[in-house]
Every structure is written in structure tokens, then in C-alpha cells.
Design a protein around this ligand. Structure first.
Ligand SMILES: Nc1ncnc2c1ncn2[C@@H]1O[C@H](COP(=O)(O)OP(=O)(O)OP(=O)(O)O)[C@@H](O)[C@H]1O
Length: 484
């Protein structure tokens, strides 16, 4: 049994040296990936295809090899074939009959032949001869060239006959590492998983940069998404996962920046930090999952103001995609379930984000930051080899209970920003309410008695969930989210 790996058409159109380089790289990538399934994997490059051999005594490898090949960038499709030699067209027909006789019973069919090498017959003659024979000497329901129940695919390559058992669609794109590396800003939601995937598929080693605004649980969730993408589609090359602790930045934004500008300022801080990480790693471009108009603040005006904060190229592969198409793609690539369980934290810091950011105003807000803020968070960044995440793949993200009623003895912590809390104070008869804005909780929680029960409250239930997880990580066992 063999697999014939067909190159993505865009590779076939390249000049001879480029095509050779891409094909060599694809061969190495296939070998690296299949070796992890089984050391015996044999991979052999030819000019227009790559052959993968499965030893006759290891039929158990066929399915696993097929599944892995379907996820390696740069492949158009893969044919799973049985290989033999032949002596004449009649011999081709007889071999085909032996394989397909039973499967053809009751079905309409057609024969498709691809031929390479010198022969005294052409492909159409073989199709007619084999098709005529199968029609006459099997219980098939007749030849139908358009929409048959079954297509009998044969490949003739010099003296070899390949009988195609199965066609597996490939990913397309370019072989991994034929394009330059990128640093993908990943937040674990639907969008950044899909934008990362698009660069992996296009042949870029895709490293990940995560800004931690939400504690260990958020980080584990995001690491799992990144690892899943790498292991499924980019495993042939090592990449890094960088986690930057961003709560000091969020804290300064919340304390010093005008509410409407917060979102744009936060993004610019992320881009600046990511650009510095990228420069250190010699990476040319940042990738984000932003899509025009997906949330009200993702306007072209705002994106333009975000771009002004760095010289680094920022790429947004989803910019013109519809949300539903992004979700469908995330389902296809296996990131949907991760994304569903990760709240989209970024938007929660600003109540009324501007849709028309003005560069001079944003810069004036940014002048209020402490000077060494970015230096500090970058110095604290954790850079790991993505393979280290394997050990955390089975870690379950802690779920926080949400309640709509209060039980005796419970204390409510209102984590909203002070201006929101003052505008609509939370008053619940007979219940103690403490107002601790979420950005102060990390420094003030030590005053809370660990033996008491707490209900965390905010408007949208996102920040309260995040902070509840944080308190749980600090050893507070009786913490829930309150959503009346
Ligand atoms: N905490 C974070 N760490 C790294 N990148 C982030 C973070 N938050 C946002 N980003 C980047 O900014 C992009 C836009 O984020 P935003 O939260 O505005 O939109 P989103 O559509 O909810 O993103 P996603 O679905 O990827 O979470 C994300 O796709 C991601 O590339």
C-alpha cells in the first residue's frame, strides 16, 4: 500500500528551483510528522509527487498516515493506492476487475485514468477498454460519465499501475517553513485560532503571543488552543508560546485612561509589546483575528490608529470574513470547543468604546502611563517551547458556578469600575456588598476572610467570572458569580 501525495497547484506553478525547494521541504515535513506515528515511515520525493510507503505487514498504519497527511500544509490531495506492474491494457483491465468486481455491483460507474511515461496507448483508450470490460463482466448498473455512483481511478506511471482505493483531500497552502515566521496574537476565542491556522496553512511557522489578563485558567485554555493547532497542522517545526502578564497594563489603563479610549489603547499596548517580542525573535509580522465591524470598535479608523503604534507589519487575515464563516472554520479545524469555553475578555474593559479613535487623543492618554510599564511586563514574559504544553492538555479548566439568588451569610463583591458602580449602585436588602473594582482585587483580596462565601458581581458576568477564578486560584473555595 502506498500514498501518492499530490502537490498543491500553486507549488506546481513555481519556477524549477523554487518548486524543487518547496518539494524537498514538503518531503522533510511529511517524514517528520509520519515518524511520530511510526519510525518505519518511508517517504520518497519525485518531481511532481511524493510517495509514502506503508509496509505490507503494517496495514494498521494506513488510517493514521492518511489522517496525518490530510493536515500537512502544501498538499492538494492524497491518493491511497495499491501498487502493481502490468504487461498490457488487458492486464490492467483484469487487475482492475479483480479489485472492483464486488464493489461495483448495482452501481453506475466511470473509469478515470491518469498516465505518465511512454506507452503505445493513451489514457482514453484505457478508460474505454477497462470501462467496457467492467460493464460487461460485473453486475454494475452501467457506465455513467456524469455523476456516477462510483469512480474507478487508475494511475499508470511507466510500468506501474496504481489502483486508487481512496482519495483524501489535503489542506492546500504551502509547505511549513517555506514562508517567513509570524507571531500570532492569540486570545483563545474563535477568531485568533482561525487566523493562526490560516498562516500555518500558508507555510509560516506560527509562534503564539498571549497577553494574560485573566489568570491561570485563561492561560491554560489559550495554551491548549495553540497546542492543538500546532500539533494538528504545524508539528513538523518547533514554535514558541509566549505569555505576557498584562494585568499591570490593564490596571494602569483602568486607572488613568479615558473610558472610551481604553480598548484602542489596550490594543496598541498589545501591538507594541508583541512587536518587541517579534523583533527579539527576528519575526517580520504580527497576526491578529480582527475582522472589520465584528465588534463596534473594529472600525477601519480604529485599526489605523492601532497600526500607528509600531513599524511592525500587522496582518489580519479575517478582516473581511463573516463571523459565521469564521465559526464554521473553527469547527472544521477543531478549535470551536476550546473557543466556546473561553470568554472574550478584551472587550470588557471599556463600556462605550470609541468607534472613531483620534491618534492625537490616544497618544495623550498613553502619555499618562508609567515610563517603564512595557519593559516590566516584557521582562516578566514567559517563553516556552510549545511542546511543553503537552503536559497541560488534559487539565480541565475550572468552572465557576453562577447563581441568581443569595443564600444566608454570603457577601457580594461588586467588581465593576467605580464610575459604573456609582451610576447604578447594587443594593440588596440585608446583604453586605463590598465594592472592589476588578483591577484592585489582586492587591486587596488579602483582606477577605477565606472562610466566608463570596458572590462576585458585574454587568456582563465576564469580569466577575474572571475574578472568581482568580480568587479560587488564591485558595478561596467559596466563590461564585452572581447574576440576578
Ligand atoms: N489577551 C490577548 N492576548 C493576545 N492577543 C489578543 C488578546 N486579546 C485580543 N487579542 C488579539 O486581538 C484580536 C482582536 O481581539 P478582540 O478581543 O477585539 O476580538 P475577538 O474577535 O473577540 O478576538 P478572539 O475571537 O480571537 O478572542 C484577537 O483576535 C487577537 O488576535
Amino acid at each position: 500500500m502506498k500514498f501518492i501525495v499530490k502537490l498543491f497547484p500553486e507549488i506546481m506553478m513555481k519556477s524549477k528551483p523554487v518548486r524543487m525547494r518547496f518539494t524537498k521541504m514538503l518531503e522533510t515535513n511529511i517524514r517528520n510528522v509520519l515518524k511520530k506515528v511510526d519510525e518505519t515511515a518511508k517517504v520518497q520525493r519525485q518531481w511532481d509527487k511524493i510517495m509514502v510507503m506503508v509496509p505490507d505487514d503494517r496495514p494498521d498504519l494506513v488510517e493514521a498516515f492518511g489522517e496525518r497527511l490530510a493536515c500537512i500544509p502544501g498538499i492538494a490531495h492524497v491518493l491511497q493506492v495499491s501498487v502493481s506492474t502490468f504487461t498490457s491494457v488487458d492486464d490492467i483491465y483484469k487487475q482492475t476487475l479483480a479489485v472492483y468486481k464486488e464493489e461495483l455491483a448495482g452501481k453506475t460507474f466511470c473509469v478515470r485514468v491518469k498516465r505518465a511515461g511512454k506507452h503505445d496507448f493513451n489514457s482514453i483508450e484505457v478508460e474505454r477498454y477497462v470501462g467496457g470490460g467492467l460493464n460487461q463482466f460485473t453486475d454494475a448498473a452501467g457506465v455513467r460519465l456524469k455523476d456516477p455512483d462510483m469512480t474507478v481511478n487508475l494511475e499508470i506511471d511507466n510500468d506501474n499501475l496504481y489502483l486508487v482505493d481512496k482519495r483524501i483531500e489535503g489542506l492546500g497552502g504551502f509547505p511549513m517553513a517555506t514562508q517567513e515566521d509570524v507571531l500570532s496574537l492569540i486570545s483563545g476565542g474563535f477568531d485568533s485560532g482561525v487566523s493562526s491556522y490560516q498562516f500555518i496553512k500558508r507555510g509560516s511557522r506560527t509562534h503564539y503571543c498571549f497577553f494574560n489578563l485573566g489568570g491561570d485558567q485563561h492561560e491554560i485554555g489559550v495554551k491548549q488552543v495553540a497546542y492543538h493547532l500546532w500539533q494538528k497542522y504545524g508539528e513538523s517545526h518547533k514554535v514558541k508560546f509566549i505569555s505576557v502578564p498584562f494585568d499591570p497594563v490593564v490596571q494602569e489603563i483602568l486607572e488613568r485612561v479615558d473610558n472610551g479610549q481604553m480598548g484602542v489603547v489596550l490594543k496598541r499596548m498589545m501591538m507594541r509589546a508583541a512587536a518587541r517580542v517579534a523583533q527579539k525573535m527576528g519575526i517580520q509580522a504580527l497576526v491578529t483575528g480582527e475582522a472589520m465591524g465584528q465588534v463596534s470598535s473594529q472600525t477601519l479608523t480604529n485599526l489605523n490608529v492601532i497600526d500607528r503604534c509600531t513599524e511592525q507589519l500587522i496582518l489580519r487575515p479575517l478582516i473581511a470574513m463573516d463571523k459565521q464563516d469564521i465559526i464554521n472554520l473553527s469547527r472544521q479545524i477543531g478549535t470551536e470547543d476550546f473557543a466556546k469555553s473561553i470568554p472574550e475578555y478584551c472587550g470588557v474593559i471599556s463600556q462605550k468604546p470609541t468607534v472613531k479613535a483620534v491618534l492625537s487623543k490616544v497618544e495623550a492618554e498613553e502619555a499618562k502611563f508609567s515610563e517603564d510599564l512595557l519593559d516590566r511586563v516584557i521582562a516578566d514574559a514567559e517563553i516556552i517551547d510549545i511542546r511543553e504544553i503537552a503536559a497541560q492538555m488534559d487539565t480541565k479548566i475550572t468552572e465557576t458556578e453562577t447563581v441568581d439568588a443569595i443564600s444566608a451569610g454570603e457577601i457580594i463583591i461588586d467588581v465593576r469600575a467605580p464610575e459604573e458602580e456609582e451610576k447604578s449602585p447594587l443594593e440588596v436588602d440585608g446583604v453586605e456588598v463590598k465594592a472592589i473594582p476588578f483591577y484592585k482585587l489582586a492587591t486587596q483580596f488579602a483582606d477577605l476572610d477565606k472562610d466566608k462565601s463570596y458572590l462576585l458581581y458585574c454587568d456582563r458576568g465576564v469580569m466577575s467570572k474572571l475574578q472568581a477564578l482568580y480568587l479560587q486560584e488564591q485558595g478561596y473555595t467559596n466563590v461564585k458569580v452572581y447574576r440576578p
